[in-house]
Design a protein around this ligand. Structure first.
Ligand code: AN7
Length: 359
């Protein structure tokens, strides 16, 4: 960390920290790029489209913004261990920050439903993995009880420090654009992030740090098979290719509804096919590789623009919450492209011609 870029929690200290509070742990989180997406914007019909690429965080997802605060405070409070339930990214982040803090980390995961990259991260950092034969919601229910018993500090977003830290993404967007966008789109799983962004935009405006005091409409998108907020009731057995948001009973449900209603926004569902199409479009038009869940915001914005529910002149920021490398299995190879051929020039040239013909 250079002097020119102080750690995230120091940069926004006045809005986050208690008096004299110190934050010894940092992995260089935050400060992620806000990318002007001209080609993607052209494709979907929005001139001022931006991607906030949270995959550029140290463990490859937005979770690091809140985890850094939660783990610093757990350490300061003398915690003996941290614990979380996770669809993957929270566990990868918790494992890394707990390692840096020298704290044991227990992660409770839905068996068979965590993307390979995320599992590797938690394993590599020495987290204690506990697989359950159930979904995220069941794991979080258990974690709530463990927290009440005082066995370990819970670092899920039911820990308020997580949402406080995640507000910094909204601060950065306002700093980069000079004001808030007209609309902010993002995936909704446990509903912590939409809550944190809305609180962040409001807090920044209240502090006089958003020059014109503008607030965005919040556009949240759930996967069709895991859309409890859209349907208005918990989903017993949520299913989606976007495993990060495979959640049937979000912890921050009421606050997500509040963010939607106070901002004049919406929370809608997108299909797995729309999600995977958007993921492919984002990386093929902009070179930014995000995981499936992260593409839900773009999938939703694409539909809203097609239906003229977003105007072509509006400034829209889509949050890409996690890196594509988290979930390599979600990427489909084109037919024949992984079949080996002899390593000679003729065969390779023929194979290249095949691509030219395809294009
Ligand atoms: C890439 O890691 O819930 O609505 O346990 O990993 O704040 O839950 C992850 C969620 C979006 C949804 N995009 O955010 C977990 C977990 C990615 C994610 C979400 C998640 P929230």
């Amino acid at each position: 960390m250079t002097a020119a870029s102080p750690p995230l929690l120091e940069r926004y200290r006045d809005l986050i920290a208690g008096e004299g509070e110190s934050f010894p742990i940092s992995l260089g989180e935050g400060g992620t790029p806000l990318i002007r997406a001209r080609r993607l914007g052209g494709e979907i019909g929005i001139e001022h489209l931006y991607l906030k690429f949270e995959g550029a965080n140290p463990t490859g997802s937005f979770k690091d913004r809140g985890m850094v605060l939660a783990v610093n405070r757990a350490l300061g409070a003398g915690a003996l261990a941290v614990v979380c339930a996770s669809t993957g990214n929270t566990s990868a982040s918790a494992a890394a920050y707990a390692a840096a803090a020298g704290l044991p980390c227990h992660v409770i995961l839905p068996a068979g439903k965590v993307a390979r990259g995320k599992l590797a991260q938690a394993l590599a950092a020495g987290a204690r993995l506990i697989m359950v034969d159930g979904n995220f919601d069941a794991a979080l229910t258990a974690v709530r009880r463990l927290g009440e018993e005082g066995l370990a500090v819970v670092v899920n977003s039911i820990n308020p420090d997580r949402l406080t830290g995640q507000q910094t993404a909204a601060f950065e967007i306002v700093d980069a654009l000079g004001t808030a966008p007209d609309a902010l789109a993002l995936p909704v799983g446990n509903a912590g992030n939409i809550t944190a962004y809305w609180r962040g935009f409001r807090a920044y405006a209240d502090a006089g740090r958003t020059p014109d005091g503008k607030l965005p409409r919040m556009l949240g998108f759930q996967a069709e098979g895991a859309a409890p907020i859209v349907r208005g009731e918990p989903i017993e057995a949520p299913e989606t290719v976007a495993t990060a948001i495979r959640i049937g009973n979000p912890a921050s449900w009421q606050w997500a509804v509040e963010a939607r209603d106070q901002s004049g926004g919406l929370i809608e569902a997108v299909s797995d096919e729309e999600i995977l199409d958007a993921q492919r479009l984002i990386v093929r038009l902009e070179g930014v590789f995000c995981e499936p869940a992260s593409a839900a915001g773009v999938a939703g914005v694409r539909r809203l623009a097609a239906e003229r529910r977003i105007g072509p002149g509006e400034t829209v920021v889509c949050v890409l919450t996690g890196h594509g490398l988290k979930d390599p299995d979600a990427v489909q190879a084109e037919e024949g492209s992984l079949t080996p051929i002899p390593p000679d020039l003729g065969a390779i040239r023929d194979a290249m011609q095949l691509y030219v013909r395809r294009e």
